[in-house]
Design a protein around this ligand. Structure first.
Ligand code: ATP
Ligand code: MG
Length: 573
């Protein structure tokens, strides 16, 4: 149960709505039980009065009014309770989803690297949804029933102490036994159900995302069968759930019948020491009605296992410490945007050997540095360290003479523009894909940047409202790269990091893209990562890295004169 603590704490803020919901639920229950009890007594008392002289004096109006009042109270109460408690719960869920997302964001990419997209999505959607059970199905009905049972017991005990106490004890025992028994019965199935629900999302997403590859390699059927298998398991879990709900309700009705028989038998000789009178009917009807208090609890606790598993899954994210913590405030100490790597070492995890080893590099503000190295030598890792995706294991990095760890996330992102090795196109319009770099950009500004990077062809048809991304227009590798460059131009930060922006492009496009850099990134501090030797003569410094440390460093001419590795690389061209 401790798993639920972080969520129960969120309730504090909505205490008013949630308590009002419970109060209204109690009112409804009171009206409901009162209605049946009063009606039972009223009908019998009227019948008895009709047979005796009391028919002259019997007050039909007051109980009649009471029955009407309770009937209306029940309807209004139920409506009010649904509105108030659902409103509070939905607000709570919205908040919980935002709360979860805020905790999740800093964990990317480090802590959640081993979780699947589908699994994360399931946590954000289904597991958060499962939390509404805690209040609506568990907490509120138990509290309301407990108060309901206490009130009914007191009321009946006023007429007949022992009878009231017997009914109260039976109801209270059932209130304790039912949740425990059905929690135990449904626990295992609930855990499985939560896991299978997540599996179904994961397998469906795998199939959907990799569909064309799966078809080409003849694996589509296998993946489709995996979805069908998981679905079968999930359906089996839901079948068990439905059976348990039926059993819980059925058994409760049986208990109701038995209790009614018992109370009738005990009350048959009269209530409160009086001879048999309409009060017997009051007790009988009160017993029948009292089980309405327990009905919401009947099947609810079999879902507790499911809710607890969901809470545990959410806690794995909520309670995880991010690998990188940005300070809330932290501005740059100067506007001289130099970059300094000081004896930096880094490995992705403790078991792996270091990807970056004792790396030292100073990049003057406004200068251009090329980092050259074979695939896997750690070039992209250097850029990720500079963007603080990860923290260094040893050594430090600074920008504008300020340690990276002292800069707030907002300032850091505003200082650096990145054209990453793999440009991600979001599932949205061309405008969405560009405006992420500058949300307040006007349409004309976006269009002019697109023309600058040579993507004017995309502006035909629907213009910047053209749908890109999944299922939309498929961009070629070169077009994607240009969208990345357009983002960097729009973002217009003083430091530009380019990770192999011309990889896989033909010579002509490569030349065009290199020209774009020289036009648009004038006066900025640029780190240009490549393993191609094109355009390096215009760089202020070239840094050849091997296995995560610097093998050679200097200007193009210096390195050629050195007649070392760079020279040899040049010769092989
Ligand atoms: P390329 O030229 O192919 O882009 P690179 O120089 O950019 O290569 P990196 O991407 O920095 O190379 O990777 C350096 C090493 O770190 C590689 O051996 C890679 O397998 C490993 N690596 C990269 N990212 C991760 C990660 N998230 N977790 C674990 N290891 C990683
Ligand atoms: Mg790389």
């Amino acid at each position: 149960m401790r798993e639920l603590l972080p969520y129960l704490q969120l309730y504090k803020k909505h205490w008013f709505g949630l308590s009002a919901g419970m109060l209204l639920a109690f009112t409804t229950l009171f009206a409901s039980v009162g209605l049946l009890t009063l009606s039972g007594w009223f009908i019998s008392a009227s019948a008895v009065a009709g047979l005796t002289v009391a028919r002259e004096t019997f007050n039909y109006m007051l109980p009649g009014g009471g029955v009407r009042g309770l009937a209306m109270g029940r309807t209004a109460g139920r409506w009010g309770e649904r509105v108030v408690s659902h409103n509070a719960t939905f607000k709570l869920l919205t908040e919980l989803r935002v709360f979860f997302f805020k905790k999740l964001a800093p964990l990317v990419p480090g802590r959640v690297a081993n979780l699947r997209d589908g699994d994360l999505l399931n946590r954000l959607v289904a597991d958060v949804d499962a939390m509404d059970h805690v209040y609506l199905r568990l907490l509120s009905p138990v509290v309301v029933s407990a108060f309901g049972i206490a009130t009914l017991t007191l009321f009946l005990a006023w007429f007949d102490f022992s009878l009231g106490l017997i009914l109260g004890s039976i109801l209270l025992s059932l209130l304790i036994i039912w949740p425990v028994v059905f929690y135990k019965l449904g626990k295992h199935n609930g855990q499985q159900l939560t896991t299978h629900k997540s599996d179904l999302r994961v397998t469906s997403l795998d199939w959907l995302q990799g569909h064309s590859e799966l078809v080409l390699f003849g694996a589509e059927e296998r993946y489709r069968n995996a979805i069908l298998d998981t679905q079968k398991k999930l359906l089996a879990n839901q079948y068990v759930n439905a059976n348990l709900t039926g059993m819980a309700n059925g058994l409760l009705m049986l208990a109701n019948g038995l209790t009614l028989t018992l109370i009738l038998w005990l009350a048959a000789d009269g209530v409160g020491g009086n001879p048999p009178d309409p009060m017997v009917a009051l007790f009988a009807f009160a017993t029948m009605a009292s089980f309405e208090m327990l009905m919401p609890i009947a099947g609810a606790f079999q879902y507790l296992g499911q809710t607890l598993t969901s809470a545990r899954r959410l806690n794995e994210i909520i309670l995880a410490e991010p690998e990188v913590c940005f300070p809330e405030h932290g501005s740059l100490k100067s506007e001289n945007y130099n970059i300094h790597f000081d004896s930096v070492s880094f490995s992705y995890d403790d078991t792996n050997s270091a990807v970056i080893k004792d790396f030292n590099l100073h990049v003057e503000a406004g200068s251009r540095v090329a980092i050259l190295g074979q695939t896997g030598s750690g070039k992209s890792t250097l850029i990720q360290l500079l963007c603080r995706y990860w923290d260094t294991n040893k050594g430090s990095i600074s920008i504008a003479s300020t340690a990276l760890t002292q800069i707030s996330e907002e300032n850091l992102r505003n200082t650096i523009s990145v054209v990453s090795q793999r440009v991600d196109i979001l599932n949205g319009t061309l405008k969405d894909n560009l405006a992420m770099a500058k949300p307040d950009a006007t349409d004309d500004e976006l269009k002019s940047v697109l023309v600058k990077v040579g993507l004017q062809t995309l502006l035909e048809d629907k213009g910047i409202d053209t749908w890109l991304g999944d299922g939309g227009r498929q961009l070629s590798g070169g077009e994607k790269r240009r969208v990345g460059i357009a983002r960097a131009i729009l973002h217009n930060a003083p430091i530009i990091l380019l990770d192999e922006p011309t990889e896989g492009l033909d010579k002509k496009t490569e030349r065009q893209i290199m020209d774009l850099f020289s036009q648009h990134f004038v006066g900025k501090t640029v780190i240009f990562i490549t393993h191609r030797l094109v355009g390096l003569d215009s760089m202020d410094q070239i840094c050849l890295i091997e296995d995560g440390s610097i093998a050679e460093q200097g200007s193009h001419d210096e390195l050629l004169d050195l007649k070392g590795r760079y020279h040899r690389l040049h010769q092989t061209l």
